[in-house]
Design a protein around this ligand. Structure first.
Ligand code: SAM
Length: 209
């Protein structure tokens, strides 16, 4: 399976139809967390099984991973988890999905693809336009979590989000983790790898003001 796909390719212009929250989840009133670039969804499966007080949604651009996650989900009959295939940037840009952004309590960008070369920075998932869309629709006090083991990517993401005056940095100490989407501090696959290899991990939380 390809490790990296170019999100700007025209293959990803079509967006999967994402149903309403009532169709997605058994209890649509629960707080909703969105994980962007969820890969095979292992992190979200663990979260959803641990926490029945949250709903979880994963968006991933590699279709095969999403199809596998969906069939695993059907077998396991988990009712607080959903996976959608597509380029997150296109989904956010589509007015039909404003309802999703409006409903979010938090969103995570865990170890996004770094796209090291300058000419490829436009392929990065965090872009000024995307942060603007989030800042226009996310609720007051909703949260953005970013995490990466690439310092330059961290600086870029931090700069892009901090430049939007509607998001303020939240100190980790100010977050009451038991109430967050990840009370047991479950790690993503890339995070487990980074810990095993003793790589530095850079992370930050932002709150919508
Ligand atoms: C380095 S992996 C990290 C996976 C996982 N979040 C983790 O921490 O283990 C980045 C993931 O983001 C996905 N991705 C990259 N650009 C994307 C986009 N624009 N929309 C949705 N998913 C994207 C990739 O296909 C890949 O699965």
């Amino acid at each position: 399976m390809r490790q990296h796909v170019n999100p700007l390719s025209k293959n990803f212009h079509e967006i999967e139809l994402i149903p309403s929250l009532h169709e997605l989840f058994e209890n649509p009133e629960l707080p909703l967390h969105l994980d962007i670039g969820c890969a095979a969804g292992d992190f979200l499966f663990e979260l959803a099984l641990e926490n029945n007080k949250w709903n979880y949604l994963g968006i991933e651009i590699r279709e095969k991973l999403v199809n596998n996650a969906k069939s695993k989900l059907r077998d396991m009959e988990i009712r607080n988890l959903y996976f959608a295939f597509g380029n997150a940037n296109n989904i956010f840009n589509d007015v039909n999905y404003k309802f999703l952004i409006d409903s979010l309590s938090s969103i995570s960008f865990n170890f996004p693809d770094p796209w090291y070369k300058n000419k490829h920075h436009k392929r990065r998932v965090i872009q000024t336009e995307l942060i603007k869309i989030l800042s226009n629709s996310m609720r007051k006090e909703s949260l953005i979590f970013i995490k990466t083991d690439v310092k330059e990517l961290f600086n870029y993401m931090n700069f892009t989000i901090s430049n939007n005056l509607n998001f303020k940095q939240l100190q980790n100490i100010d977050l009451f983790y038991p109430n967050s989407f990840n009370p047991k501090n479950i790690k993503t696959n890339r995070e487990k790898y980074a810990i095993e290899k003793q790589l530095n991990i850079f992370e930050r939380i932002y709150i919508k003001t």
